[in-house]
Write a new protein. Structure first.
Length: 100
């Protein structure tokens, strides 16, 4: 399921995706996006913002939303996501960690 969702992101042109880990028992997932169009655009936007602006990509919310459905079916709490690396912040890729 997660692999299909990441392939869909790539098909939409959001960037090249890589699944780092997925635990079916806990529905925790970690994935990377290379050449993210969002990361690139937010990096350019951050050049015009002050230092208080923290760029982050919105892609994690799509995966978080999909996992929410399955978490609810299994009786888990809603997942929480974090972007641990971001092209917009100067990292070579965007990396997202989502846990339930």
């Amino acid at each position: 399921m997660v692999e299909d969702l990441l392939r869909l992101f790539a098909a939409y042109g959001w960037g090249k995706t890589e699944l780092v880990s997925f635990d079916e028992e806990t529905l925790s997932v970690s994935f990377r996006v290379y050449a993210s169009i969002y990361g690139e655009r937010y990096r350019k936007l951050s050049e015009y913002k002050d230092e208080a602006f923290t760029p982050q990509c919105p892609m994690r919310y799509a995966v978080e939303g999909a996992l929410s459905f399955f978490a609810q079916k299994k009786g888990f709490p809603p997942p929480v996501s974090e972007e641990v690396k971001c092209i917009a912040r100067g990292d070579p890729y965007c990396e997202f960690v989502i846990i339930t």
